[in-house]
Design a protein around this ligand. Sequence first.
Ligand code: CXF
Length: 364
Amino acid sequence: MRIDAAVLRAADAPYTIETLDLRDPGPGEVVVRIAGVGMCHTDLVGRVPGDLVPKPVILGHEGSGTVEAVGPGVPGLSPGDHVVMSFDSCGTCDNCRAALPGNCPRMAALNMVAAPLDGTPRVTAADGEAVHNRWFGQSSFATYALGTPRNVVPVRPDVPLELLGPLGCGVQTGAASVLISLGVRAGDGIAVFGAGAVGLAAVMAARVAGATQIIAVDLHASRLDLARELGATHVLNGADDDIAGQIRAISGGEGVQYSFDTTAVPEVVSTAVACLRTTGVCGLVGVGAKEYRLDANLLLMGRTVKGIIEGDAVPHTFIPRMIELWRQGRFPFDRLIQTYPLDQINQAEADAASGRVVKPVLLP
Ligand code: CXF
């Protein structure tokens, strides 16, 4: 079938909108007609110079839409179903079986390479050129995308479908890190570093959990204002002096039980550890750092640093839960979103990079 897609042809090129051919779904494949697709910071990995992500490629990994067609051997999904597309996982390793699909050993190979697993292209340009389209098992900066039952999550039909895509990655990562991986409980304190989509989802989830100190740290005043509206009890400008000391002062002198870094900036991660009380846990989800410097004595006193992928969520159960919280008015993730037509993708990318927009969602 014919599709329109935003194609990245070189690491430093703008996206170009192209008409391409998508082959019919094979065994275990699902075609989704995309209603909306979020732009996530991880899509910028496609812009890292070199062959890490081969080009030309269709990126996009926060798609939502309706099932258009299913291949043989796809139980439980039918044309017309409303779905959110999430990350892919093998489903058979120890971690997948233990409900930790984000820690599937094949995570990178299945999600972050985008080349066809069997070498057979599924998307081609008019001249037969292959366009890589397995980014997070979806490549959804397009009118249609191919997924599998592992990463295509059915959702109730009476919610605004075009806004749901970010629940498949960024919003899921922030919320599930707080509710599942860190397990924040009523009365706990948490400091959230970086008030982008992931950090603000963490703030909303901390409020859902009943945290009594929710401290958001960012450089943008507008994001700190939004953090306050979404549940932060305190906001701090990260450019101020002694952020760890300020957080300890807010939390009775001892520090917070939890901190959560979305920035991957080494100095910020050091602060995120330094603001913890003894036995506190710092969750890390930021992408792009090579090394962190950690204070050995702080760690010795029972503190934990935990790397987290996708919040340790199982998308098929966690995405419907976020939708229920949204329906109750307790998880207003739509406040993070600004929509753009797909052909405005370069503007959307620029607005996210400048910090003007928290979560662009493209409408193909
Ligand atoms: C990613 C972060 C990097 C590892 C794979 C999952 N999450 C969202 O983009």
